[in-house]
Design a protein around this ligand. Structure first.
Ligand SMILES: CC(C)(COP(=O)(O)OP(=O)(O)OC[C@H]1O[C@@H](n2cnc3c(N)ncnc32)[C@H](O)[C@@H]1OP(=O)(O)O)[C@@H](O)C(=O)NCCC(=O)NCCS
Length: 362
């Protein structure tokens, strides 16, 4: 028997997260990820995923301080970012630069201090490179800002509006962890050889880069841009469905009920949309799309997927589409690190077998 793509095969035990596609549950360390995204900060959620429980105030303070201390880029990393070809895509840059952090001190077994450094420094790498390529002066990290606000600040030089920060933060929490996805598996395979944490997340970044995983919300962004005005939504969406086309950002292979990540982002968008035209438009388009899908595709269980709201958030904060997969990676760095630490605690090298289908001459 060959299990192509290892579909349906359980290969590890984990206490980090749990997905129930039928019930629409996503659990982070026993907590409803939706609630965490609605009520916690990026730092609290990252602490939960890394250490297994929500932080006490003193633990959070300590964690925040460590993250802030690790934000600045060492000189050799800045130099490397400047020297990489201008036409190198953002994910290849991130993968290359992260791998250059693998100094001699990173050894097996991986340590939580190393994980904190990787989580803290990833947004700095993305922002530094973006500004360098655009010919703009680099912005030093702000020790006054939380993780998400600092990322925005280092990219743009401005503080986000509260609504933008909250929407981005909710998205980055919901992108942190999602079970045994391809990049997480990749990270666990690498560390299972007793390789180091930097090597493991470098593998994960290479895996995340592929469009089947890292995705791109550009089709949704384009749809929202084409619609532009609330009054145009119904006509635009109905025309697509009349022609038999699919509405981008709706439907999911695993979630056959509401995707809890999309639900949480919708709720967050509802909270903050009053101040934000783009989120307001997205909420209206979603409601219209769900209504029309019921009419045109009854009984198909089509709900909003996370890609829809990921696109809406990226649009509301004016991040270009190219920043989507790097931002996703900056969030997922938390999940990768947690899985690498967990793998190393009870390690067995991954060594599946292959069915030989070539010639036999013996
Ligand atoms: C994500 C996706 C591939 C999942 O597909 P799936 O669960 O295998 O569902 P199927 O492709 O079997 O489609 C089942 C039915 O629902 C319809 N359908 C599925 N997604 C639809 C959508 N977004 N818009 C309109 N109709 C849709 C199909 O046309 C099909 O209808 P039919 O029974 O009349 O033939 C699919 O929903 C899709 O293409 N969505 C749009 C693209 C998108 O948002 N991608 C990002 C995913 S994170």
């Amino acid at each position: 028997m060959v299990y192509h793509g290892l579909k349906g095969i359980t290969c590890v035990e984990t206490s980090i997260s749990h997905i129930d596609g039928e019930k629409g549950h996503l659990i982070y360390r026993g907590h409803d990820a939706k609630e965490i995204a609605l009520h916690a900060s990026f730092e609290e959620a990252a602490y939960l995923i890394l250490f297994g429980s929500l932080p006490q105030p003193a633990e959070l303070l300590d964690f925040n301080e460590k993250l802030i201390a690790e934000r600045p880029l060492p000189e050799h990393i800045q130099y490397l970012i400047q020297r990489l070809p201008e036409n190198m895509d953002d994910m290849s840059v991130l993968r290359t630069v992260i791998s250059a952090l693998g100094e001699a001190s990173y050894t097996y077994p991986p340590k939580t201090e190393e994980a904190i450094r990787l989580i803290a420094i990833t947004p700095s790498i993305i922002a530094y490179r973006k500004r360098w390529v655009q010919g703009e002066k680099a912005i030093a990290p702000s020790s006054q800002s939380g993780h998400v606000e600092n990322y925005y600040y280092m990219l743009t030089g401005e503080r986000p509006a509260e609504s933008q920060k909250k929407a981005l933060e909710a998205y980055m929490i919901l992108a942190m962890e999602h079970g045994m996805n391809a990049s997480t598996f990749s990270a666990r395979v690498t560390v299972s050889t007793e390789s180091d944490l930097v090597s493991a997340v470098t593998s994960a970044l290479g895996t995340m880069k592929g469009p089947l995983h890292g995705g791109a919300p550009s089709a949704v962004t384009k749809m929202l841009e084409d619609i532009a005005e609330k009054s145009q939504a119904e006509k635009y969406l109905a025309e697509k469905l009349e022609k038999g086309e699919r509405l981008m950002g709706f439907g999911h292979r695993v979630y056959k009920t509401k995707d809890p990540r999309a639900e949480a982002l919708r709720q967050k968008a509802e909270e903050v949309a009053g101040n934000d035209r783009d989120l307001d438009l997205a909420l209206h388009v979603e409601a219209e799309a769900i209504r029309l899908l019921e009419i045109y595709k009854p009984g198909r269980k089509l709900y909003t997927n996370v890609e829809f709201y990921a696109a809406a958030v990226m649009k509301a904060i004016h991040f270009e589409d190219e920043l989507f997969t790097p931002t996703f990676s900056a969030s997922r760095m938390v999940g990768w690190c947690a899985h690498v630490l967990e793998q190393s605690e009870n390690n067995m090298i991954f060594r599946p077998s292959a069915k030989y289908t070539g010639a036999l001459t013996v």
